[in-house]
Structures are given as C-alpha cells and as structure tokens.
Design a binder for this molecule. Structure first.
Ligand SMILES: Cc1cc2nc3c(=O)[nH]c(=O)nc-3n(C[C@H](O)[C@H](O)[C@H](O)COP(=O)(O)OP(=O)(O)OC[C@H]3O[C@@H](n4cnc5c(N)ncnc54)[C@H](O)[C@@H]3O)c2cc1C
Length: 541
C-alpha cells in the first residue's frame, strides 16, 4: 500500500500554495467526468489533453444504466437519451438460429429508471460532458501534454508542454491520471501495469446493413471461429459491428471492411445485405490492471488503471464510475472538510471492481474467441443453450442485468461500509448502491422517485419507521440531508419489495452507496461514523 503519512501531515495552508487544487490529465470520458464532479463542487481544477481537440472516433458506444443515473445527477441524461438509441433486448444467435433473448427492459424494470443499454458513441458522450464543463466555469486546455512530475510535500510539481512547444511547471495539490492506456502519470509514478495483449485482432465497423438482426436490439452471433456483435445505432439500418478478424486476415495491416464481409455473411445469414460503411478500424487489445491506483498525490482512473476486452461494453462505464467514486472524496479533502485518509478508500473500493471485471471479461472473452475446435463447439452449442435456459429465468435475468448495467457494484468490504447489528441478512447492506424506490415523502404528497430527491453533493440520511432527528442535531452542518419516510401503504409495499425493514435507517454517501445502516437510529452512531470513517471535521451549518 502507499505510504500516506505525507498527506496526513499536510496542513490545508500548504495545499493552498499549489497553483491549482486538482490537475486532471486527459480529456477522455474519465477525465471529463472527474472534472465535472470537481467543477460542480467548486474545486479549482485544470483539465489538459495532449490532443488538438475532441476525438471524432466513436470507440465505446454502450452506456450502462448506472452511468445514466450518474448523468441524471449531472443534468446531462436528457441530452444523452435524445442523441442515443435505446437497446432494450439482446439476442444470441448460433449458426444462423436465434437461441435466446435477454429482455433488458423487463429484467431491469424494478432496478433502475433506465432499464436498457443506451447506444451512444464515446464522441457524443465526451461532447456532452465537455459542454457541461463550461457551466462550472472550467475550460479544457488542448494541445497540452504532461511530460514530467515530481511529488513534493503538499503538492505535485507538474511539467506541461504547451501548444507553442514551450514547457511550464505548475503545482497541483492532487493529480488525476485519466490519460488512457499509455498513461504518463502511471509511468512517471513507476506503477507497474501487468497483463498481456490478446493475440486476436478486433475490427469495428459502422455500416448500413439489413439482415436477420432484431431491430433496435443488440444481436450477438456466435460461430465456430468467433463472434460478431451488432449494436443498433441512430438511423435506419445503421449498425455498429464488432468482431474478431478471421485467422486468415491476422497479421495484415491493410485489412478493409470488404475483407470481413464473407465471414459476416457466413454466420449472420445469407440475407445479410451490406450497403455503406462509414468507419472501419482494426485494433489489438490488452488485458492489464495497474498494481496500485495511487501513488501519494497522484491517482489513476479509467484506462490508465485497467484495460480489458470490450466484451460487455464495460470499459468506458468503469472509468466513469472510477471518477464518480473519487470526485466527491477529493472535493471534501480539497475543501478541508475531510481528512486525506478518506482518499485511501478510492483504491480499496475500485481495485477489486477492476480486477473482477478483468477476470470475468477475460474468461468470457477467451471463450468467445478461442480458436480450438472444442471451443467452437462449446460456443455454438453449449453457451448458446445455457444462455437460452438461463435467460428464461427471471432471477437470472435480473442478476445478469445488475452485473452488466453496473448497478450491482458494491463496496461491502470498504472501510467506509458499516452495517450495524440487527438488520436482516436480506436487507440492503453497507457498501451497496441504495435501491431505486418510488416513495411518498409526505403522507399527503405524491409518489416520487427517490433518486431524483437524492442530492449527490451531500450525504443523505433515510429514516424509516422512527422519528428523525433535526438536521442540526447530527453535527454534520449543511453536508447532511434527511428524508424521513412516513408510514403509508405505498411506502410499505415499496420498502418490502427492497427488503428494507421498519424500523431502520440508512446513511448514504454522496455517490448513493450506503455508508452506515442499522435498525434504531442513534445520533451518536452517525456522528462517530462521520468523524471516524469519513474523517469529516464537525461543523455546524
Ligand atoms: C477502436 C476502439 C473501440 C472500442 N470499443 C469499446 C466498446 O465498444 N466498449 C467499451 O466499453 N470500450 C471500448 N473501447 C475502450 C474505450 O474507448 C476506453 O475504455 C475509454 O476510452 C477509456 O476512457 P479514458 O478516458 O479512461 O481514456 P481515453 O479515452 O484513452 O482518454 C485518455 C486521454 O488522455 C490524453 N492523454 C494521454 N496522455 C496524455 C498526456 N501525457 N498529457 C495530456 N493528455 C494525455 C489522450 O489524448 C486522451 O484524450 C474501445 C477502444 C478502441 C480503441
């Protein structure tokens, strides 16, 4: 683990000597999300990118439900929904036959307001987040590359190469390396990035195609030599096709879309008609995870910290969630409201998520790309049948939805998670994302969406079946918002569905995960949690 003695010994005054509070290196999706989270909390943030302007490549294009929930809090979900296309189901095909359908819409209906995968290119995601930066008074500095860094007591001295080719040193209290797979922050911090490249080469094509694909849904074609994914894109008959190059084309660097058409026709059916192709690219991928996500005042997020196969459309979403996890913690520390020890929980919470993801995508990927005859048979006969069987069970559908949508990610083992005695095992636990509920907040009021009511710049205390203390009594100042849930039939049904007992209480962190929970609310337990676990300095409103 990193030795954080230095940070703990640094007074707020020393940090204030830095030119800026946080330098965000890299304006891909991860850096843009982090800059937004910091900007909306008033943190002095500089975001730089070595490129001349926004990327025009689509690259990732699956936006998961948890990301849409975060977009909603950032005020950009409507724009994303307007521009994207909703995929409400996924179909698995093997050797020309449709074997199974995963009904994303039904599986996620009670889990999130967004029970679908939104097909929206990475370039659009970046544009929407980039535009939002302006609302916090932040601007992005293009053509600016981090070329050196040195950690000093209380700050990091960063050398930036500017658009005119000269270099300038700036000091930042914290540096966030959101600078992609070849991260300079990671390399200059000496953090190893073990893993390996896959031998297979991917191709990606945006094309106008007609064929057996179920419109507006994801279509997965498994075949003896690999797989092809068809994602519906905006516009009629417009699809993103992802696959691996047939073995005969590997090793060639001049492969064009026409070369993969025979294999596409082979397994997606003779009726496949390919019209135009607006983008075609091939790329190799690696599976790697940084040994640490932090070196003292420098953090790694997104592809800088972990890269894996695009199977499951998790890469971009995982980076966005890294940023959402770190953003609120960094803001509290920069504001001097929390001890720097709070930042230790970033690595502790996000490293296991990345490792799990790497292992599952790696296993799934190996199975769907293995060249062996046996694997080919497993792919087209066994996987397809297992999927068909599993997906006929609602519980498995819901479980699959939770995993893919990232709404099931939890931090139960984190130092920030404390479940007090007395809660039934089936109840939501500390570390879980608090469930999405429709509740009445006043007996005579309307039913409202709890997630709409949560303020993700504050902590929220949800009090059920007992009297709630006045906000000032918990000694958290303006950082805490309390919702007392009144006794009401609608509420009883909804709480029972989520297996939340009455009485109980749940203290939510800014990112909607449960920090502390228990049966009887005692002000002393909340005050102790807030000061010992979150390291918040007590202050009155
Ligand atoms: C062809 C292709 C297809 C893909 N398809 C999918 C998919 O379908 N689904 C999926 O989930 N993922 C996919 N991915 C992966 C996805 O694009 C990444 O997971 C995502 O881009 C990670 O975002 P990021 O912000 O962490 O890093 P990046 O998007 O790599 O952004 C890093 C930024 O840092 C900047 N930078 C780097 N070094 C410096 C420096 N020293 N100083 C200043 N700036 C610097 C770069 O210019 C870049 O803008 C695909 C990737 C590729 C290449």
């Amino acid at each position: 683990m990193t030795d954080h003695k230095e940070e703990k010994g640094v007074a707020k005054g020393e940090e204030a000597l830095a030119d800026i509070d946080v330098l965000v290196v890299g304006a891909g999706p991860t850096g843009l999300m982090l800059a937004n989270q910091l900007g909306r909390r008033g943190v002095r943030t500089l975001i730089v990118d070595r490129h001349a302007g926004p990327s025009l490549e689509t690259r990732a294009l699956g936006v998961q439900a948890r990301t849409m929930e975060i977009y909603s809090k950032l005020g950009i979900v409507d724009r994303a929904l307007e521009l994207g296309k909703r995929g409400t189901g996924a179909n698995i095909w093997a050797e020309g036959r449709k074997m199974a359908r995963v009904p994303l819409g039904e599986a996620g209906r009670r889990i999130t307001r967004y029970p679908f995968i939104l097909i929206l290119g990475q370039d659009d995601n970046e544009r929407i987040m980039g535009d939002r930066l302006r609302d916090w008074g932040l601007s992005l500095q293009w053509n600016t590359e981090l070329v050196g860094l040195g950690q000093e007591p209380g700050h990091v001295a960063v050398k930036l190469k500017l658009p005119d080719g000269t270099t300038r040193t700036v000091t930042a209290a914290w540096v966030a390396g959101c600078d992609g797979a070849r991260s300079s922050v990671r390399e200059l911090s000496g953090i190893p990035f073990p893993g390996a490249p896959y031998e297979h080469v991917f191709f990606v094509a945006d094309a106008d195609v007609t064929g057996s694909m179920v419109p507006d849904e994801v279509n997965v074609y498994l075949w003896r030599q690999g797989f092809h994914l068809f994602f519906p894109m905006r516009g009629k008959d417009h699809w993103r096709i992802v696959g691996i190059l047939p073995a005969s084309l590997r090793g060639r660097d001049d492969v064009k879309f026409e070369a993969v058409i025979p294999s596409l026709r082979g397994e997606a059916g003779a009726g496949l008609s390919l019209k135009t192709c607006s983008w075609f690219s091939t790329y190799r991928i690696h599976h790697r995870s940084a040994l640490r996500f932090r070196d003292r005042r420098c953090f790694l997020l997104g592809d800088a910290a972990h890269i894996h196969s695009p199977v499951g459309a998790q890469g971009m979403n995982t980076g966005l969630q890294d940023a959402y996890n770190l953003g609120w913690k960094l803001a509290l520390v920069v504001e001097g409201r929390a001890d720097a020890a709070l930042l230790d929980s970033y690595e502790e919470e996000r490293v296991p998520v990345a490792r799990r993801l790497l292992n599952t995508t790696d296993r799934a990927f190996r199975l769907v790309v293995s060249d062996s005859r046996l694997a080919g048979l497993v792919r087209t006969q066994i996987i397809a049948r297992i999927a068909a069987f599993a997906m006929s069970h609602e519980r498995i559908q819901r479980l699959a939805f939770r995993v893919v949508s990232q709404t099931g990610i939890h931090y139960r083992k984190s130092r920030l998670s404390e479940s007090l005695d007395g809660l039934p095992r089936s109840a939501p636990r500390a570390g879980d994302r608090f469930p999405w509920l429709q509740l009445k907040f006043r007996v005579d009021g309307a039913v409202e969406d709890l997630f709409e009511k949560l303020e993700d710049t504050r902590l929220t205390l949800i009090v059920i079946g007992q009297s709630s203390p006045p906000e000032g009594a918990l000694d958290c100042g303006d950082l805490l918002h309390i919702h007392a849930i009144p006794a009401d039939t609608v509420n009883e049904v909804e709480l029972a569905r989520a297996q939340i007992p009455r009485p109980s209480f749940y203290l939510l962190r800014s990112d909607g995960h449960i920090g502390l929970c228990g049966v009887r609310l005692e002000a002393a337990a909340v005050a102790r949690y807030v000061s010992e676990r979150l390291g918040l300095a007590h202050r009155s409103a």
